[in-house]
Design a protein around this ligand. Structure first.
Ligand SMILES: Nc1ncnc2c1ncn2[C@@H]1O[C@H](COP(=O)(O)OP(=O)(O)OP(=O)(O)O)[C@@H](O)[C@H]1O
Length: 679
């Protein structure tokens, strides 16, 4: 699409934007520019979607990989796959290897037999005698053919058994490592990118195995042919290599080019896939129709996928050029090879039968070579992706949550946050600055404050998900013994905490599983699942569903049902209750509940605290905090005020009082105060 056309499409034929328009604003999207960014890419994603400089460094390293480096890396990556195969199914791996070696031997015997047949046929004497003399070699040829077929079948069966196991082993290793990474590390874009890139290489392990088997098969066959050829005449071997090398070079070059392109465009591809996803997502269906968001998304898809097609065309042209060069050199080498053969035959340096065998060997070897080139090409791409998975797995291990440490006091009485600061990676301003908070069992502790003041961050620090950058978080036992979170066994910390985050996940599983996943490290206890559901006032709803606890809470499945936002929130609360932990951190647990349900939910939290649980309540509903034992008011990462509701209300110019009265005024319970500058 030309820049002008793209511009016209973005703005509309009349020159006015069809949508409430970014096109109307001063920073309206440009048409595709010299960097190849489409207008809609700017409009929807704010600019060029390609991997940034941090990655280009890595990409540069890949691009610098020369043929020799790649040849050295290939056995290492094959080693990764083979090790995974050996760990999962050594018998199948042994079977595959033996079958490949067997096929190499049959290929060599086949050539020897061909030589025998030709030697008999080219000998002097009557045709009948020559045919009779060639019979043993012909029988050997038949035996070799049967043997090859049997070995191929065996290899297929064994590698078919092995491949899924290898994929599973590599995937499990990667996903285990990734899910054990410190949350703060995943906040770093450079780490996150590597971890995410690793996802694409897990099924490469399976394909690498298939391709390794294929390549091994061809290579062994070629080595056998080379040995036979070399034993016939030494000069035939370098000729075979001269045919092979240009094609190998071409294969590697094309694969590397494709890989680099794919990595460069990964964000763009993801964005295009997301646009399409929205079009069929049930929860976006309303806006897609009512706001005409669909036409904007489709335009985005059309223009952005058009750009990817341009890239595909560039790759295809480059590949064609490489193939042409590689083919030309390989063809010249073949020509030279047949020329030398001609000269050897005419000068009497080679008997006719040997010449015939050489032609057969060269023909089968070049046929094999074509398949080798194709397989090495794909193998190289897979190898680079599998390498990403390996890099991600190692990176994840380096940033893993430690498994060892000091056990927490038992039982824990309170958590003391002392002088804690925390800055998100890449942020310039700390989210928390020198914060002091104490959370006690048997109390409701409320965290309140303007948007972005640091409440959720503090909740994650309390839950051990984020470690403080400065200061300490102490877990204190009944007799005052204490352990700082960085020294503690983190599994103990996680076991002591139940959480309902603001953006808790809606698991697309059964209602029962959605609650039981709150203690994924324990076998499901259905009685406790039901108790937690009752505690969150969602049991009756689930039991009334057509498939009860086994209903899948996503429409579209056969037993699928659709829940409302408030019902989901209750399910999320039930999940955090099911954990049965002594510290419960709930972030806006009632934002989607109706007024009666909200009051009941806060009452239940009070009851829970009275039973000995420490409840940390992050909320903007200040009516609910009035009954909290202790309220911390956060302002731009600081604790600005703290105390009980009554004390905080005594401060005439206090933040808390200002916010409380503003909410009360909405109900006509007081005058509306002037907005305080807290946000
Ligand atoms: N993952 C993150 N990466 C970088 N910055 C973040 C991240 N999460 C939060 N922040 C920033 O940290 C600050 C505190 O955010 P936090 O979510 O703790 O605030 P909050 O008080 O819970 O806000 P809200 O009431 O809107 O939920 C904000 O400036 C926010 O932009």
């Amino acid at each position: 699409m030309t820049p002008r056309r793209a511009r016209e499409k973005a703005v509309g034929p009349s020159g006015q934007s069809g949508q409430s328009g970014p096109s109307d604003t001063p920073d309206a999207p440009d048409a595709p520019d010299a960097d190849g960014v489409s207008a809609v890419e700017r409009e929807l994603f704010g600019g060029r979607l390609r991997w940034d400089d941090a990655f280009v460094e890595h990409e540069g390293a890949v691009a610098r990989m020369r043929f020799t480096q790649m040849a050295a890396a290939l056995p290492r990556m094959v080693g990764v796959v083979m090790r995974a195969g050996w760990e999962t199914d050594p018998r199948a791996l042994t079977g595959v290897v033996l079958a490949q070696i067997g096929q190499g031997l049959t290929a060599a015997f086949g050539l020897v037999a061909v030589n025998g047949v030709l030697a008999s046929l080219f000998a002097n004497g009557p045709t009948g005698d020559k045919l009779r003399d060639s019979l043993p070699a012909l029988v050997l040829l038949a035996v070799v053919a049967v043997g090859t077929a049997l070995l191929m079948a065996w290899s297929t069966a064994m590698s078919g058994r092995l491949e899924p196991q290898v994929e599973r082993a590599v995937s499990l290793r990667y996903y285990r490592a990734v899910t054990g990474v410190e949350l703060a590390a995943t906040e770093r874009p450079d780490i996150q990118r590597h971890l995410e890139a690793g996802r694409f290489g897990t099924d490469s392990a399976r394909r690498m195995l298939t391709l390794s088997v294929g390549v091994a098969n061809v290579v062994i066959g070629m080595v056998a042919a080379a040995l036979v050829l070399a034993s016939l005449h030494w000069s035939l071997l370098p000729m075979l290599l001269a045919i092979a090398l240009p094609k190998g070079w071409g294969a590697v070059r094309s694969a590397r080019r494709e890989y680099i392109s794919r990595r460069h465009w990964v964000d763009h591809r993801r964005a295009v896939a997301t646009l399409l996803q929205y079009l069929t997502m049930p929860h976006a269906a309303g806006e897609i129709r009512a706001h005409a968001a669909g036409s904007l998304l489709l335009r985005g898809y059309e223009e952005m996928s058009g750009l990817m097609e341009t890239e595909q065309r560039r790759l295809a042209r480059a590949q064609a050029r490489t193939d042409l060069v590689a083919g030309a050199f390989s063809g010249l080498a073949s020509l030279g090879c047949y020329g030398v053969l001609w000269w050897l035959l005419t000068s009497g340096g080679l008997p006719m039968a040997v010449g015939g065998t050489a032609v057969v060997a060269i023909r089968t070897s070049t046929g094999r070579l074509t398949s080798l080139v194709q397989q090495v090409n794909r193998m190289y791409e897979e190898m680079l992706q599998l390498n990403d998975t390996e890099v991600a797995t190692r990176l994840a291990a380096r940033h893993a949550i430690p498994r060892t440490g000091e056990p927490l006091p038992s039982p824990v009485r309170e958590i003391q946050v002392r002088d804690v600061s925390f800055t998100y990676p890449g942020a310039t301003v700390p989210a928390l600055h020198r914060v002091d908070v104490t959370v006690r069992r048997g109390e409701v502790t409320a965290l309140v404050g303007a948007n972005g003041s640091g409440k959720s961050t503090l909740a994650k620090i309390l839950g051990g998900l984020l470690l403080p950058g400065g200061g300490g978080v102490w877990w204190v036992g009944a007799d005052g013994e204490r352990v700082e979170v960085r020294e503690a066994v983190r599994a103990d910390v996680f076991r002591s905490v139940g959480m309902l985050t603001q953006d808790f996940p809606n698991w697309q599983m059964t209602a029962a599983a959605n609650i039981a996943v709150g203690a994924g490290d324990r076998p499901r206890d259905m009685a406790r699942v039901e108790e937690a559901a009752r505690g969150a006032d969602v049991a009756a709803l689930i039991e009334g569903l057509p498939h009860g606890w086994n209903s899948i809470v996503l429409k579209g499945y056969e037993r699928g049902v659709q829940l409302s936002g408030g019902q989901w929130q209750k399910l999320g609360t039930a999940r955090s209750l099911y954990r049965g932990a002594p510290f419960l951190l709930v972030d806006e647990p009632t934002s989607a509940l109706d007024p009666h349900a909200e009051i009941e939910a806060f009452d239940r939290l009070r009851t829970l605290a009275d039973s000995g649980v420490a409840v940390v309540l992050v909320t903007h509903r200040l009516a609910a905090t009035a009954s909290a034992d202790h309220i911390y008011v956060l302002d731009r990462g600081h604790v600005a005020e703290h105390g009980a509701h009554e004390r905080l209300m005594e401060r005439g110019d206090g933040l808390y009082r200002g916010m409380f009265e503003a909410q009360a005024a909405q109900y006509g319970l007081g005058s509306r105060p002037a907005a305080s500058g807290t946000s």
